[in-house]
Structures are given as structure tokens and as C-alpha cells.
Design a protein around this ligand. Sequence first.
Ligand SMILES: [Cu+2]
Length: 288
Amino acid sequence: MLKIGLLALVVGLFALPAAAQHDHHHHHGDMGAAHSESVIAVSNAWMPANVDERVRPVYLTLHNLGVAAVQVVGIESPDARVAQLQRLSESYGTVTARRVRSLDIPPGESLSISAPDYQIGLSNLRRNLMEGDAITLRLMIADEMGEEKPLIVGVPVLNAAPPSSRLLVTAAWARPADQGTVSAAYMLLTNPADEDAVIVSAAMALAGLVELHEMVMQGDVMRMNPIPALIVPAGESAALEPSGNHIMLMDLQAALVEGNTLLVTLTFDDGSQQIVGVPVYNRTLMME
Ligand SMILES: [Cu+2]
């Protein structure tokens, strides 16, 4: 099939601590600092493209999949000089947005940051944003001890609200890479429905070829093989990670630059799609 030989990888090149590979929900306590971010999942993230306002809204839902309460205590974006968590209120037909310092998310619950209650307000954008673009957000999440960790989230810029997300996405990231080389997208996918989610393909505009891959041991060498589908079982999570299944981004038409966000479109077996914002950064470095 495809340049499998060229893509062969030595075990350890992309190795993660073994404990990081399974049961993200249950081991966060013993994984140390960086891992606590992975108990927060994101769905329904989008930024309207066609808004002619000084403050541009961003919407998303945060899911606390962990066993302890967390608080959103801050937000910033490399794409805007000012980013705020805002509470919306309406009186006499006028909607007012006021900054809120923090928002709680109890364990097992979700926080919908969307109209008519809340929004993330961005002002003084650093560039023009149009349909098909993406922004990167850095949310600060505090645990019960008050310790803050960043949660890096990619958000698609769209003309209209996307369909409700089928999968919740935790800690999506793609490795920075040069034009003409390869990279991969990783994330933890959680399926809240009572029906399996079967991903049959993925696409990303800057990659000439995108494949679903698995890692298999062949003798002493770990190799990547294309697979026909990625299944996220009903009520469970599936990890896309450097040592396991991943979304392979090949024939890159442009460099993948840290701080940018890629849009990866997942297509399910029923033809429906979900767009995932995948921030470009080296998460394995952040976890060390
Ligand atoms: Cu691969």
C-alpha cells in the first residue's frame, strides 16, 4: 500500500509514559500536573464568521469528565488582544455583555458558554477571520486547590452554527511540521451516545492525503498501517495518541505552525460530519 516502509518508526520516538495511554478519566490524580487538563472535553465550539461587531463572540460547551470540580478562571487567545468570559443579559431589547471572573463546572456536568447566557468575547482581532478559518483559545482551568492549568482549544470560524457535536473532544493537538513533510492529529474522543460512533475518514485542507492509522509492532519496530475506521464505542472514550491510533496528515501543502489551529473534518459511517479544531503544538513537550 502506501509508503509504509518510509513511515516506519522506531519504538520510543513518539513514546508517552505508559500510564498516559489508558483510562484518562481514572488516573488523572497520579499523572501529575500536565495531565489534569485532559478531564475537560469540548463540544459545539464555533465562532460566527459573519458578525460585524467590535466584540466578536465565540461559543463552546465544556464537559467536566473528571471527579472533582473545576473553575474556568481566565482566557486568552493569540488571535485577539482581548479575550473575556462574558455573561449576557438583555433589557429593553439590548444585549449587554459583562465580564465574569470565573465559572464553575461541577464533576460530571457541562457548562454551555453560548447565547443567551454566556459567550467568550474577543476584541481587537489580530487578523481578519472568515468561514473556514480557525482560532486558538487558551483557557485557564483551576482545580479545587486553586492550581491553574492551561486548556488549549481550537475553534472553527463558521457562517452558521454547526450541528450538535457527536463526539466530545479532549486535548486535541497536532505536531508542528514543515511543508512537504508529515504530521498527525491526536485527541481523546468521548462518545456520550448509546450508539457506537464509527469514523470512516478524516480530512484537513493543508494535507494532500489524510488517513486513519494504527500502530503495530513488527519485530522490534513499530509501524503505522492505514485502518478502515476508528470506532468510539457507545458511552466510552477512544484515544488518538502518538503510540496508538492517530489521524495521519501527509503531503503537507504548508507548514503546520505552533499557535495555529487546523480544522480536521471527521466523517462518520452515516455520512454525517464533525469539524474539530486541532491546535498545533507539541503536547508531549508540555507534559514533561
Ligand atoms: Cu501514521
